[in-house]
Each structure stands twice: as structure tokens, then as C-alpha cells.
Write a protein that binds this ligand. Structure first.
Ligand code: XMP
Length: 529
């Protein structure tokens, strides 16, 4: 089990039983300015004890406690003297292992319900007598373990909320972490602040100080190299490492020729001129475009770009090392920094689910560490995306970097269907610039997950003045999403669509038609390739 707990904080551990909401619980606790960490459900009590949590939350999960192979907690955890809150399946675990009775109802109860609060539980302090709650469960508690009393009931359950105050064990059949339980945050707050007695000591200011200390300890006086893409994660890592170790950090920014308009200017201005970070700018556009000549298959494009990136990066490092010794690929920089985030680190528990499949190959800097024997520096691996953004703002990064929309590693190549040529790149760049500026002007850019143009490999007939035209089609993709895993197209105002369409078809030479993509993910993906 990998844990990355910072030493000086109070901490809530979340045992993951496979719920789709596990990470949401972790985020809700962090929003209370208390550090939380997700660990697998089967961590032994002895290890939990070593981690010294102030409280434990048991997540929900899709299983029934009676299923063959159902995830089971180490029951010793309930005797550690640490407060525990079981949510949904977590409650079932509590009841099942402590001698209560759980029945499998054979149906899952979904949806809104009304909780009637009884017995003045500390969990519901300040919340009145009844609450709207969101249910999603299959098992049900029918008899309580010794020492427990009901703390709340719903129409369908006498034990929708239960507690053993003496042992500080609490259970909820409903989900306090989801938005459909409107006052759920206050329930978690009562648990975290009052029952677990956690102070609010998880702030991004203290994180920055501690992260800087950790990095200094890890690298000493060695040098770190970072592949800076201009995206939020690597940008925040650059600013953070610069604060920690100054000129021991060198960033390499590769222009693969597939960037948006003026992207290289923005990155050089922000990091080179404003932050005075050592920045090696590598214009490798020609290399990439040569390799992409004649390539039309989407996966082949991604592969070519990923491989070329590694070569360019290796060459850049060799260049940087050259003046000091002759064979320095591995000596000048012993450390490679990466913008790995907490969701990539959590060991995911898959219970009765399918292992997720590779739908598209994501090529960013994957493959670099193995090939080049770097040690990794991952200073934001404890953070969720919204926390990374806060850190970025505190370090003085501008909004245009901190709140920018995600941009895929293979860049505009996966938005040009068919062959990537300089002409087609320039058409797409112009269209993309118009899309971005109109989205910004209308106040929509920061409200959506992504908004971009795609250049299709078809030409259609149009009319310009008295002339017949036969030109390219641009598709407009505007989506909302939480994490890129699922997405829906955004119902932006028609006037905005009209402005974008008219500007793109009038101003971008070579385009005479604009279409709007109204597909959700699934079944479509966000990018077209
Ligand atoms: P898809 O197209 O798979 O995209 O629905 C989901 C999200 O991931 C982004 N994306 C990438 N990001 N490297 C990245 O860093 C990649 O190769 C890559 N491919 C897609 C995409 O923009 C969307 O936000």
C-alpha cells in the first residue's frame, strides 16, 4: 500500500469498498480543510493504527455483504478507539461484523428520501429534525449490534442512521457526500470536526511549504528536469519546484508543431520572463510533421507523436548536459518531475466491475523514466485538481494558465481528421482561435470543460458571393465534464453558435461550413480521434 501522508496533519482515512463516490468523499473532507487519504478496504487494523488517523470513513460499494468474495473489513479496526463513519456498504460492514443483522433485499433502493432524526446524535448537530437524503443501497440493516441505537429513520428503514456513542461508531444508509443530500456536508463536518476533533489544518499555504521542504530533502543539490506542457499540472509543478529549488530546476518545453496559436509565446512569457525559470524551448515542429506525413490512422498518429516526443526530450537533455561532461544523459539531471495527481495514485478497487479498457492511447511523457533511469519527483501527487489550481494561484500563476481547459498531449493532430499538413494545421489554428475568443467574450470559456474546433476530412459545396466553393468543414465541440471520463455537449446560446459559425466560415480561408457536435460521452469520446 502506498500512502503519502504528510506528517503534521490531522487525517481522515477513507477505506474504499469500490463506490463510485469514494473520491468524492475524499474531496468533501479536504474541502473542510482536513487532509484525507483513500486506502483499500483490506488494510489490516495494525497498519491503520500506524497511520494514526483521527477518523475513518468506510465508503459505499456495489457488493452485498453476503456475496461470495465480497470485500470485508478487518473487524479489529472497530476496536482501535478511532471514530468510524460507515456509509451505505460501510454501514453494512459495521453491522455485519459487530453482530447485527443485515439482509439482502434483492433490490437496490435508489433515490431521494426523508430522514427523521432521533436521539440528538452529534452527527446531526444543527440540522433540525428532518433532512433530504439520497439513497443507493441493496442490503439493509434489520437488527443493530449491541451498543448501537438508531439515530435516524426513513420511511423504508428504521436504521437509516445508527450510532454507538461510546465506541464512536456511526453509520448512514444514505450518501452524505453527494449533492442530492443537500446538507450532507454538514453531517461530514460534524463527524470530522466534532467527533474526530480534527483542526482545519490542511491549507494550500501549508501544503506549499511542506512540499518545498520535501522536494529539497529529496533532491539535495541535484538538478531536476521537467517537461513543461503549458497545461495546469506541469505548470503548477514548475512554479512549485522553482520556489523550492530555484535554478536547480530546468523546464523543457517542446513545440511539437501541433500546438494552438501563440501557445509557445504564452509559456515562454509566463515561465521564462515572469518567473525567470530556466526554460529550454525546443522547436521540433519540423521533426514531428515529417514523422506524421502520410499518417491518417488515429492510433498511429498518437504512437508516432509519443515516440518522437521521447526522442526530442532525450536530445534536449543531452544538449543541456553537453557543456559539463561528455556522457551526461543520466548525470546532469538525476530527477525527472511529473505532474501526477492524486486520482492517478489511488489504488483503485474494482469490485465486480470490469477493468477499464484502453480506449485511446494517451501519450504524454509516459515511458521516459523507465528508459532514462530517472528518479521521479511528483510534488502534487497528494492533490486533487481543484487543489492544484489553488496552489497555482497562490504561487502567482495567472488565471489563463490555472483555469485553462485541458489540451491533449498529441495536440491538434487528433483534431485534424486525416493527414496532418502545415496547411490544415493553419486552418485549424485560425478556427480554434476564433472559437476560444468568442467563448471567452461570451463568458463561456471557463464554464465548460472544453471548447474547440475539429477539422474534418470532407469538403462540401458552398457559395461565396456569386462563386461556387468546395471547401473544408469544421466541427465545433463544446462539452461539460467533471473528469473527462463522461461528458455531455453544452447547450450554449444559439447566438454564440451563430457568431462562431459566421466568423469561422467568413474569416478562415478554406472553410465554408461549420457543424455542431451534439454527442455525449459515452458513446462518443471528447476528442474526435
Ligand atoms: P477522450 O477523447 O478520450 O478525452 O474522451 C478525454 C479527455 O482527455 C483528453 N485527452 C488527452 N489528454 N493526452 C492528454 O493529456 C492525450 O493523449 C489525450 N487524449 C485525450 C481530452 O482532451 C479530454 O479532456
Amino acid at each position: 500500500m502506498k500512502t503519502a501522508a504528510p506528517p503534521k496533519h490531522s487525517k481522515i482515512l477513507i477505506l474504499d469498498f469500490g463506490s463510485q463516490y469514494t473520491q468524492v468523499i475524499a474531496r468533501r473532507v479536504r474541502e473542510l480543510q482536513v487532509y484525507s487519504e483513500v486506502v483499500p478496504f483490506n488494510v489490516p487494523a495494525a497498519e491503520i493504527k500506524k497511520l494514526q488517523p483521527n477518523g475513518i470513513i468506510l465508503s459505499g460499494g456495489p457488493a452485498s455483504v453476503y456475496d461470495k468474495g465480497a470485500p470485508q473489513i478487518d473487524p479489529e479496526i472497530f476496536s482501535l478507539g478511532v471514530p468510524v463513519l460507515g456509509i451505505c456498504y460501510g454501514l453494512m460492514q459495521m453491522a455485519y461484523h459487530l453482530g447485527g443483522q443485515v439482509v439482502f433485499t434483492g433490490r437496490r433502493e435508489y433515490g431521494a428520501g426523508m430522514l427523521h432524526i432521533a436521539n440528538g446524535s452529534q452527527l446531526f448537530d444543527g440540522l433540525g429534525h428532518q433532512l433530504d437524503v439520497w439513497n443507493s443501497h441493496g442490503d439493509e440493516v434489520t437488527a443493530l449490534p449491541k451498543g448501537f441505537v438508531a439515530a435516524g429513520t426513513t420511511e423504508s428503514s428504521n436504521f437509516a442512521a445508527v450510532e454507538d456513542r461510546q465506541r464512536k461508531l456511526y453509520g448512514l444508509q444514505f450518501h452524505p457526500e453527494v449533492a442530492h443530500t443537500p446538507r450532507g456536508k454538514e453531517i461530514l463536518q460534524n463527524f470530522v470536526y466534532h467527533i474526530c476533533r480534527c483542526p482545519m489544518d490542511w491549507t494550500m499555504g501549508s501544503f506549499i511549504e511542506e512540499a518545498c521542504d520535501r522536494v529539497r530533502q529529496q533532491v539535495g543539490d541535484e538538478n531536476i528536469v521537467l517537461g513543461l506542457s503549458g497545461g495546469v499540472d506541469s505548470s503548477v509543478v514548475a512554479a512549485l519546484l522553482h520556489k523550492a529549488i530555484g535554478d536547480q530546476l530546468t523546464c523543457i518545453f517542446v513545440n511539437n508543431g501541433l500546438l494552438r496559436a501563440r501557445e509557445e509565446e504564452v509559456v515562454q512569457r509566463v515561465f521564462g520572463e515572469n518567473f525567470h525559470i530556466k526554460l529550454k524551448y525546443v522547436d521540433a515542429s519540423k521533426r514531428f510533421l515529417e514523422k506524421l506525413r502520410g499518417v491518417t490512422d488515429p492510433e498511429k498518429k498518437r504512437k508516432v507523436i509519443g515516440e518522437e516526443f521521447i526522442r526530442v526530450f532525450e536530445d534536449a537533455i543531452a544538449d543541456l548536459g553537453a557543456p559539463q561532461t561528455s556522457n551526461l544523459k543520466h548525470q546532469t539531471f538525476r530527477f525527472l518531475a511529473q505532474g501526477t495527481l492524486y486520482p492517478d495514485v489511488i489504488e483503485s478497487v474494482s469490485i465486480g466491475g470490469n477493468p477499464s479498457q484502453v480506449i485511446k492511447t494517451h501519450h504524454n511523457v509516459g515511458g521516459l523514466p523507465e528508459k532514462m533511469h530517472f528518479q521521479l519527483v511528483e510534488p502534487v501527487r497528494q492533490l486533487f485538481k481543484d487543489e492544484v489550481r489553488q496552489v497555482g494561484l497562490q504561487l502567482g500563476l495567472p488565471n489563463e494558465i490555472v483555469y485553462r481547459q485541458p489540451f491533449p498531449g498529441p495536440g491538434l493532430a487528433v483534431r485534424i481528421l486525416g493527414e496532418v499538413t502545415p496547411e490544415r494545421l493553419s486552418i485549424l489554428r485560425e478556427a480554434d482561435t476564433i472559437v476560444q475568443s468568442e467563448m471567452e467574450a461570451a463568458g463561456w470559456y471557463y464554464k465548460v470543460w472544453q471548447s474547440f474546433a475539429v477539422l474534418l476530412p470532407i469538403q462540401t459545396v458552398g457559395v461565396m458571393g456569386d462563386q461556387r466553393t468546395y471547401e473544408n468543414t469544421v466541427a465545433l465541440r463544446i462539452v461539460e465534464s467533471q473528469d473527462g471520463m463522461t461528458a455531455d455537449w453544452v447547450r450554449v446560446p444559439y447566438e454564440l453558435l451563430a457568431r462562431i459559425s459566421s466568423r469561422v466560415s467568413n474569416e478562415v480561408k478554406g472553410v465554408n461550413r461549420v457543424v455542431f457536435d451534439i454527442s455525449s460521452k459515452p458513446p462518443s469520446t471528447i476528442e474526435w480521434e
